[in-house]
Design a protein around this ligand. Structure first.
Ligand SMILES: [Zn+2]
Length: 217
């Protein structure tokens, strides 16, 4: 670690990505306790949706995982993408190897991007793709900002809220391709379904998905 790294560690001592406790020297980015006790899914946490055949996620969206993802999305801790990306890549390697041609992500609207300063699903997809020795590419845009899905309640309301919100950014790129679409959290799957529907309608061959965390059934 260089001088700047050492100074940064003094000012912002490294904390565990999940429980946010101070890390011991040489430990991290996830503490030993979290490594042991995180709510890992079994069998890749596989679930299906209306327009995607499978979605995998290494973790359940609860407790420390939930708080960690909230810090990632809303408190500027974009560096978590590395840790999440490695977890997602592990899950993809185990469960979806050889089943996709392109890695992409669920995009933010321009308005949301400006507010946040980064696209959390894009950073995550790029980190996961790097781990897998690939490159993530943009396949979707979100021209219209919609109300946050997290405030929507029922699955039906979520579906209606997100309907028509995306469009394919480059139909020639996705023609006949099997796309691995990455997002941070999957709850009802309404957002992933709408993205998958848009991609299929624009010529994609198949859409499969991966997220950091999913809701427990
Ligand atoms: Zn921890």
């Amino acid at each position: 670690m260089g001088l700047i790294g050492a100074l940064l560690d003094l000012i912002y001592p490294p904390r565990c990505v999940f429980c946010h406790k101070l890390l011991e020297k040489g430990e991290g980015p996830v503490c030993e306790k979290c490594l042991r006790e995180l709510p890992y899914t079994s069998n890749g946490g596989e679930q299906s949706g209306d327009f995607f055949s499978v979605c995998v996620a290494p973790l359940y969206y609860e407790d420390g995982v939930r708080e960690s993802l909230l810090r990632y999305k809303f408190n500027g801790l974009s560096g978590y993408a590395q840790t999440y990306g490695a977890l997602v890549a592990g899950c993809v390697r185990d469960r979806l190897s050889g089943r996709y041609d392109l890695v992409s992500w669920v995009p933010l609207s321009k308005k949301r991007y400006k507010e946040r300063g980064y696209d959390q699903a894009r950073l995550l997809a790029e980190a996961a793709a790097r781990e897998l020795g690939e490159t993530a590419v943009s396949t979707l845009e979100k021209p219209r900002n919609v109300a946050r899905q997290s405030g929507m309640g029922s699955a039906e309301k979520r579906r209606a809220n997100i309907s028509g919100a995306y469009r394919a950014s480059d139909p020639a790129l996705i023609e006949g391709k099997r796309i691995l679409l990455v997002d941070d959290i999957v709850t009802t799957g309404a957002t992933l379904s709408e993205c998958a529907r848009t991609l299929l309608q624009s010529g994609a061959g198949e859409v499969i998905c991966a997220a950091v965390a999913r809701k427990r059934d």
